[in-house]
Design a binder for this molecule. Structure first.
Ligand code: CP3
Length: 342
């Protein structure tokens, strides 16, 4: 039995004594203890593929920051790799794919990932983490949404516009759909295995949702998010579509428990769209954590007041930025706990 299951209860819309809190990208970006583990290795990918070390850095934020959930240390890019496109993580620059998908022949070569054989290292990390967490807090499993994964597989790296990826939607929509379906099938199998290995909750990240026009978002992203949400019924699932404020009304019908809001999204508007049918997660501007302790507390209170405690999981509106002072993060977490229990 979990000793702290606040986040699971909040996701399901059950009563909670206070608002649960965790941070997107809590594992890895900000802790000196993470950098110490990382510095002894050849790079990020070695850490991701070494289960006992991935487990160690997954648990660090629980011990050092006091969050109400752990999120498995991995990356959304393990899926394209398992489908046949290896990636590199270039220091200070980000992901790079030496090979990309640009033709029908490339799409044909892409395989459906076999979670057991291709992603066994993540499943092993989940099993070790669950054992070492010893039921202190739930463990969140995750994957990228098909559209966001498609962006990296077509573009080959990060981009401000992902114009190659968007170009394919206009020039070769049928081909784009084939690739998106392969990503979706791989993702569903992978998430089911994460749950079997011990994930208590799932979040899907549509980090590049906001660059699509609303029509394309429905056709090339929501269509596949729906499939994932319909397939995952074992544990609560959260959909976080960064920048897709235009799609919030259509998410009402999504078969998921929680909708993540970024800091541009209006809390009252989201609440009025969903009533009490969804939990909302978010959405403090990550830059609020650069303020003084008093300002961090003030901003946290203002956010909590807007959510008014109804079906809420406190978080930032996107991942915590790498140069954030861990003490300010602790201040945010402590203040959510203290203020929401009043
Ligand atoms: O949330 C967590 O702490 C768990 C681990 C996690 C990582 N990446 C570890 C990581 C999660 C959930 C992700 C998700 C991820 N990865 C997303 C979606 C969420 C979002 O922020 O929008 C995206 C778009 C990626 C792709 C990715 N991975 C990029 C663009 C980069 C480079 C820059 C950066 O840090 O974001 C990564 C590398 C990465 N993934 C690092 C970590 C800790 C930095 C690695 C290092 O050098 O130590």
């Amino acid at each position: 039995m979990l000793k702290n299951d606040l986040i699971l209860r909040a996701a399901k819309g059950e009563a909670v004594e206070r608002t649960p809190v965790w941070l997107m990208r809590q594992a890895g970006r900000i802790l000196p203890e993470y950098r110490a583990v990382r510095s002894s290795l050849s790079g990020f990918i070695e850490l991701v593929t070494t289960p006992h070390l991935a487990a160690e850095v997954t648990i660090q934020p629980v011990d050092l920051l006091g969050v109400d959930a752990a999120i498995i240390f991995s990356d959304i890019l393990v899926i394209p790799e398992a489908m046949g496109l290896a990636y590199e993580m270039v220091e200070k620059k980000g992901p790079y794919f030496p090979e990309v998908v640009s033709s029908q022949a490339d799409v044909d070569k892409i395989k459906i990932a076999d979670a057991q054989s291709d992603l066994g290292y993540v499943l092993e990390a989940i099993k070790i983490t669950k054992k070492e967490l010893d039921n202190r807090v739930p463990l969140i499993g995750f994957a990228g949404c098909p559209w966001t994964i498609f962006c990296y597989m077509v573009e080959g790296s990060g981009s401000k516009t992902f114009s190659k990826a968007r170009k394919m939607l206009f020039q070769e929509p049928a081909m784009a759909h084939q690739l998106l379906q392969k990503i979706t099938d791989s993702t569903i199998l992978y998430l089911k295995e994460q749950i079997k290995a011990g994930a208590d909750m799932i979040q899907i990240f549509d980090s590049w949702a906001g660059i699509l026009n609303p029509t394309h978002y429905q056709e090339f992203s929501m269509k596949y998010i729906k499939q994932i949400c319909n397939a995952i019924n074992e544990v609560p699932i959260t959909t976080f579509a960064k920048g897709a404020y235009f799609a919030l009304p259509s998410m009402k019908d999504l078969n998921c428990n929680t909708i993540g809001l970024d800091w541009n999204m209006d809390i009252a508007n989201a609440r009025s769209l969903y009533g009490d049918t969804k939990t909302l997660q978010g959405n403090l501007d990550p830059c609020a954590l650069y303020g003084s302790y008093d300002e961090v507390k003030k901003e946290t209170e203002s956010m909590l007041d807007q959510f008014k405690g109804a079906r809420h999981i406190a978080n930032l509106g996107h991942g915590v930025y790498p140069d954030t002072d861990p003490d300010k993060v602790r201040c945010f977490i402590e203040h959510v706990k203290e203020y929401s229990a009043r």
